[in-house]
Design a protein around this ligand. Structure first.
Ligand SMILES: [Zn+2]
Length: 227
């Protein structure tokens, strides 16, 4: 009879592993979207930064134009009064230098605009990809959820069918959240997972008499050889 219980434990083990694989596939799916969301945030931040530089440059350009206007007016008054050529040259110099600054700013504004247009194009493509992937991910997640639900039903019916001795030990061992699950087997006289040496008596009780036993070191449940 214990053969049957052990084969149920083994089935429990393989179903739980299938469940874990589904959960990690779900995380991968969500990871795909998260990577794209991060890229979207970065692009939006770059756009905002470029926009604020643009606004600051526009303001500087406006101020330069005001200065050019003032200087040009002053130069006109100076010429009307027949002022010296030296001072006139200084006005011209100042106006021309302000105009150069203005041109440089205009070039920056053009570059800024085209960089933002490129980013905007990239962003639109990214958003399109995200909405496609998001549908895919939703579908996959729904499928995983459904499969996990089926596995959970199967797992609980398996544990319900176990004799209390097996079920209690399984529940107790599951609570320990052991890596690679709650089961082990004897491998060359040792526990497969923790390599704890198993006595001949224990080995015979586990593998021949199919007794329910746990590893004294890692506390995993032994599944007898040939189950
Ligand atoms: Zn062990």
């Amino acid at each position: 009879m214990s053969d049957d219980w052990f084969s149920r434990l083994k089935e429990y083990d393989s179903l739980s592993k299938a469940r874990e694989r589904l959960i990690s596939s779900g995380k991968e799916q969500e990871g795909r979207l998260q990577t794209l969301r991060k890229r979207q945030d970065d692009t939006l931040a770059q756009l905002a930064e470029l926009k604020s530089v643009y606004i600051a440059h526009q303001q500087s350009l406006f101020e330069i134009e005001q200065k050019v206007k003032v200087q040009t007016e002053q130069r006109g008054h100076w010429m009307d009064r027949g002022g010296s050529d030296e001072k006139l040259a200084a006005y011209n110099q100042e106006i021309s230098s302000l105009e150069d600054k203005g041109f440089a700013l205009l070039e920056d504004l053009d570059r800024n605009e085209s960089e933002r247009a490129d980013l905007q194009t990239f962003l639109s493509g990214l958003e399109k990809t995200m909405s496609e992937i998001s549908d895919e991910v939703k579908e996959e997640m729904a499928r995983f959820q459904h499969e996990i639900g089926q596995l959970d039903l199967r797992l609980s019916s398996l544990t319900d069918a176990l004799p209390s001795e097996y079920r209690d030990l399984l529940m107790k061992t599951l609570k320990k959240n052991l890596a690679h699950g709650p089961f082990t087997r004897i491998d060359s006289g040792s526990c497969f997972f923790c390599r704890y040496k198993i006595s001949r008596t224990d080995e015979s009780e586990i593998d021949m008499q199919k007794k329910l036993k746990t590893c004294s070191q890692c506390s995993r449940i032994f599944i007898p050889y040939g189950t």
